[in-house]
Design a protein around this ligand. Sequence first.
Ligand SMILES: O=C(O)CCC(=O)C(=O)O
Ligand SMILES: [Fe+2]
Length: 371
Amino acid sequence: MTTINLASDCGERTYDGASELKAFDDSKAGVKGLVDAGISEIPRIFIRPQETSEKSSESGSSSENLSVPIIDLGGIERDPAKRKEAMERMRRALETLGFFQVVNHGVPATVMEEMKEGVRRFYEQDDEAKKVFYTRDITRKVVYNSNFDLYTASVANRRDTFFSYMAPSPPSPEELPEVCRDILIDYSKQVMSLGVLLLELLSESLGLRPDRLQEMDCADGLVVICHYYPACPQPELTMGMSKHSDNDFLTVLLQDHIGGLQVLHDDRWVDVPPVPGALVVNVGDLLQLITNDRFKSVQHRVVANSAGPRISVACFFSTSFQPSSKLFGPIRELLSEDNPPIYRETTVRDYLVYFKEHGLDGTSPLRHFKL
Ligand SMILES: O=C(O)CCC(=O)C(=O)O
Ligand SMILES: [Fe+2]
């Protein structure tokens, strides 16, 4: 029998949550299904103990005025000075905060808007049409469920998600949900081009050949992950996505106007505010591993919000669970006697398997791969 542990400020409460989790999962309707059914109280499976160790950036006690930099990629192909400045700002951001935003990145605004609308159409379509995609079998090309770690995490997140492996071997178009099929294909292509450009700039900023990260196959895989966070009547009780770092090389995130994404810096949560036309970029664990800690895969979370629903699309550059024997370890050119390798080599799949076993539990799986 699974017992959910709800340690809270007022002591330890426990209850048998197995049947509640199973009923929720069996409904195949996700968090949105609960909201549609008119359930106004947050069910216990989503209620988390108060986090006391990290202060909110909104507490007003932050002395440094830290914000996520917005980097303009407009004209960098033609103007070497602009390219150099963009590269420098990226490097500084990734060595500290692990996050930046880009504008004039080449993905058309109309494509970004249509992608968010496509996600909305998926979640707001008929339940029966959506249920066809509901599964916990991650070998399927399109996977829709709520909380990939529903049965292992101590508390569930208040969010529904569907994702599709769009590279290197995408599903045939007919396998994708009809309501967002065309835009998923178009958006993936656009983000793939941007990802290649970003990897080029990041390689150069590390003093490597521009094609070095791409040549290592960092842009071989792309998983497009579409989140839906229904408006939450009691946002202080729960979390949209709990604290985690990303298990990929690089993430390109499209978020709507609602907000709620925060990144952890020096024990303080810093908002990543929605900026019209911008895409959020962050380093994942695998890039931290191959750069031997030069670039940081920083923990982040999404707080629940009474406005909404909130929609976001996270594109993960990673071949994910697809079988591959290719090993990734710290890049040799970045190592020296003073900077020996910190991590052992791993395949992307082995990293993911370890990540999946441990879920979004707030600790970095990278620790497990240290030498
Ligand atoms: O929804 C967001 O803003 C963040 C999503 C995220 O962190 C993830 O998919 O890993
Ligand atoms: Fe993330």
